[in-house]
Design a protein around this ligand. Structure first.
Ligand code: NI
Ligand code: MN
Length: 227
């Protein structure tokens, strides 16, 4: 069974791999782009990159209903447990852990991570999800950083990079990031949710195809890429 990535809007994605459903940053309620709802979506695992509300999103509600294991940094996991999340696994930057759905490794990200109620959410992270069909890097919210060169040694099938600018990298820095990461495929996220982060994805794709070895894949909401 192939591994697939489906865009849910903004920074939210659904990965199907080895018969498991993994949600990344499931911000659905209040997400202008979302076409699925928190009360019906399936999940075996939820991965949260950082504490901001447009990433933690509906994690608490979905985790309580589905009993999905939530994986995030130690501070965010502690907060989620206080909110009543029954199954959570703390990690931190640089650490890897093998789960039944694949191996997760947390990376650095340059951003903030305060939780919705003001609690300190530790440091923001990126996530490498290693599946039987290839390694997927979710950069989360971040600016460009040169250590992406090291992440590029992880043999990435897919890199999911922000291109919205203002709060994260914009399209030009996403192209520089792609050169450092050397993925087979690059998928943009964190754009067009609000006017402030509106982007010309066709222009980004053209620039990526011209300047990097990666194939740019723009996923509309509900669209799927197969590894
Ligand atoms: Ni953020
Ligand atoms: Mn964000």
């Amino acid at each position: 069974m192939a591994t697939t990535i489906t865009a849910l809007g903004h920074a939210a994605f659904q990965v199907e791999t080895g018969g498991k459903t993994i949600l990344i940053d499931p911000f659905l309620t209040g997400n202008p782009l979302a076409t699925v709802t928190a009360d019906s979506i399936a999940a075996d695992a939820i991965l949260v990159t950082h504490g901001h509300s447009d990433h933690v999103g509906d994690t608490v509600e979905i985790a309580k209903r589905t009993k999905a294991v939530v994986v995030s940094n130690y501070e965010i996991v502690s907060w989620l447990q206080e909110q009543g999340v029954p199954n959570a696994h703390p990690m931190h930057i640089g650490g890897s852990h093998a789960f039944d759905f694949g191996t997760v490794k947390l990376t650095i990200a340059h951003h903030g991570s305060v939780l919705p109620d003001g609690t300190n959410g530790g440091n923001p992270t990126g996530i490498i999800l290693k599946t039987e069909d290839g390694n997927i890097y979710f950069a989360g919210d971040t600016g460009l950083f040169l250590d992406m060169q090291l992440i590029g040694e992880e043999n990435l099938a897919v890199a999911v990079l922000p291109i919205g600018d203002n709060f994260t990298m914009g399209p030009d820095d996403a192209v520089k990031a792609t050169k450092l990461l050397k993925p087979t495929t690059v998928i943009p996220h964190h754009y067009d949710t609000w006017p402030l982060i509106a982007q010309d994805t066709a222009a980004w794709a053209k620039m990526t195809a011209a300047e990097t070895s990666a194939t740019p894949v723009v996923l509309g909401v509900g669209e799927t890429h197969t590894l």
